[in-house]
Design a protein around this ligand. Structure first.
Ligand code: HEC
Length: 157
C-alpha cells in the first residue's frame, strides 16, 4: 500500500523530466560552439533586455562592473580590467556575446572573466555558487539581449 502510493507520487515528476529540453549530465542545457560563438539561444523564450540590464548592473549577481565599464550613468564605480561594454552590441553578434558569457575560456583559457554558465574551474567564485552556474540559462539570454541593445555610437558621459 505505502509502496504503491509512493510510486504514484513520482509519476508526474517522471513525466516532467521527460519533456524538459536537452540537458547534459550536469543539468546544464547543452549547446554547440560554432567558430567563436554559440549561435543558438539556450532557451526557447527570448531574453529580456531590462532584466539583463539589472543583472549586469547588480554588484551581487552579475559582478560585471567590477571589471567592465559601460553606459551606466547611475553607477559611479566601474571597472577598468576589461573592455568597455559601450557599443558591444555593434561589435559582437548575439552568438559571440553568448559564448563569452557562457564560457570565455573557450576563447582565452587564461581569462579572468568568470564562466557564467559552467560548473567547472570556478575557483574565483564563492562557495554559494558551487554546484550551479552563476547565471541560469534564462539569465544568460537576458544579458545577451541587453548587451545586443548597446549600439555604437553611444558616447560616454
Ligand atoms: C573578473 C573580471 C570580469 C568580470 C566580473 C566580467 N568580465 Fe567580461 N571580460 C573580462 C575580460 C578581462 C575580458 C576580455 C577578454 C578576455 O579575458 O580574454 C572580458 C570580455 C567580455 C566581453 C567580450 C568583449 C569584447 O570586446 O569582445 C563581454 C561581452 C563581456 N566580457 C561581458 C561581461 C558581462 C556581461 C559580465 C557580467 C555578467 C562580465 N563580462 C563580467 C573580465 C570580466
Amino acid at each position: 500500500m505505502r509502496r504503491g502510493r509512493r510510486a504514484a507520487h513520482l509519476l508526474p515528476l517522471a513525466l516532467a523530466l521527460a519533456i524538459l529540453p536537452a540537458r547534459a549530465e550536469n543539468g546544464l542545457v547543452t549547446y554547440a560552439i560554432v567558430g567563436d560563438a554559440i549561435p543558438e539561444p539556450l532557451t526557447d523564450a527570448p531574453g529580456d533586455p531590462a532584466r539583463g540590464r539589472a543583472i549586469v548592473a547588480d554588484r551581487t549577481r552579475g559582478l560585471c562592473l567590477l571589471c567592465h565599464a559601460g553606459p551606466f550613468p547611475e553607477e559611479r564605480f566601474q571597472g577598468n580590467l576589461a573592455p568597455d561594454l559601450t557599443g558591444i552590441g555593434t561589435r559582437r553578434s548575439p552568438g559571440q556575446l553568448r559564448l563569452r558569457l557562457v564560457d570565455g575560456r573557450a576563447l582565452n583559457p587564461d581569462t579572468i572573466m568568470p564562466s557564467y554558465y559552467s560548473l567547472s574551474g570556478l575557483a574565483r567564485v564563492g562557495r554559494a555558487w558551487q554546484g550551479r552556474p552563476i547565471l541560469s540559462a534564462g539569465e544568460i539570454e537576458d544579458v545577451v539581449a541587453f548587451l545586443a541593445t548597446l549600439r555604437e555610437p553611444e558616447g560616454r558621459p
